[in-house]
Design a binder for this molecule. Structure first.
Ligand code: SF4
Ligand code: MG
Length: 338
């Protein structure tokens, strides 16, 4: 089947006073209906920037997009702001970490959910109100017919997150982009929101892009995983492939505190020495080379001189100069030494 969202060789470059920041530098991926793609990486890896570009929410004055973004066959990079506005909230929708920033403090929860619905369906106020109550019920807000008239500050953090999800899903979008939506919540509420998203996906068949720095979240929700580093994809595959048999030194580092490669994946990110690369002056060759424990194992200083290509077969692959045999040996040693 044709993927619902297809991104090909996407580049997102920002002009700044200091030069061009290559925030995303040649990224390709697909998302199928009803599937969840997890995008994982440290902050500054380009994961949020990628999705702002998909939504058309980048600042056109200083941002240049190249490549292809096909949503249900429609090219978004060349689409007008008017066309994008029709798609946002309707065919594609988003939820963010900070519900307070996406909700207006001046309007009731019901008015805000209803407005999105009216904008895309032309429904009456009365119909929109009924739809808002229905959506609040679906996302598990108790007494939705009363709470619909509350303002955001009258909701708890977890309830605001639910309200934002209700607003995102009110028009049955086929694609939901979730950017760290549970990061600010405590663990219990986080688990509830994740369960809610999974239930809603089952019910609506929504495609989800889930952006996170947390591999535990990936293990919980993703079907496929894309690991980003320095604006590029360094590894991709199914969740099982990436978490159980990582194929890139960076992913291995992310999985740092796992007891074994086949062990449980319920682990936080262990810090990798060093810091994410500057995208104004990115490292030459492999962008991970200044932090990579294995760079000196590759002959000829290739890691700092030549960009490793992303070799993908049937959706599985990584970008690294090490041979399969080298990886097998080095990764096993590395894990044993932890
Ligand atoms: Fe490390 Fe070299 Fe592989 Fe990059 S290409 S991840 S520096 S071994
Ligand atoms: Mg981000």
């Amino acid at each position: 089947s044709t993927p619902f969202l297809s991104v090909r060789d996407l580049k997102v470059h920002f002009s700044t006073e200091d030069g061009v920041v290559k925030a995303v530098d040649g990224l390709s991926f697909d998302v199928e209906k009803g599937q969840t793609l997890g995008i994982v990486g440290e902050s500054g890896s380009g994961k949020s920037v990628t999705n702002m570009a998909v939504l058309g929410l980048h600042d056109p004055r200083n941002t240049r997009l190249d490549g292809e973004i096909l949503l249900d066959g429609k090219e978004l990079i060349t689409a007008s702001e008017r066309e994008l506005e029709k798609l946002r909230g309707n065919k594609m929708s988003m939820i963010f970490q900070d519900a307070l920033a996406s909700l207006s403090p001046y309007h009731t929860i019901g008015a805000q959910i209803g407005e999105t619905y009216r904008k895309h369906t032309g429904a009456s106020r009365k119909e929109a109100r009924a739809r808002s109550i229905e959506m609040l019920r679906r996302v598990g807000i108790p007494q939705p017919d009363m709470r619909v008239d509350d303002y955001p500050h009258q909701f708890s953090g977890g309830m605001r997150q639910r309200a934002m999800i209700a607003m995102a899903l009110v028009c049955d979008p086929e694609l939901l982009i979730a950017d760290e939506p549970t990061t600010a919540l405590d663990v219990t509420v986080q688990a509830q929101i994740m369960d809610l998203l999974k239930d809603l996906q089952q019910e609506f068949g929504t495609a989800i892009i889930f952006i996170t720095h947390d591999l535990g979240v990936i293990a919980d929700i993703a079907d496929d995983v894309l690991v980003m580093y320095g604006g590029r994809c360094v590894e991709r595959g199914t969740k099982e492939e990436v978490l159980r048999t990582p194929d890139h030194p960076y992913t291995l580092g992310l999985l740092g505190s796992m007891p074994s490669l086949t062990g449980p994946v319920d682990v936080p990110l262990s810090p990798i020495p060093g810091s994410p690369p500057s995208l104004l002056n990115p490292p030459s060759g492999c962008r991970f080379h200044p932090r990579c424990a294995f760079a000196e194992k590759v002959a000829g200083g290739l890691c700092s001189s030549e960009r490793p290509g992303l070799k993908v077969l049937d959706g599985r692959g990584s970008a690294c100069h090490l041979t399969a045999d080298q990886k097998h040996e080095l990764f096993t040693e590395h894990v044993a030494a932890r």
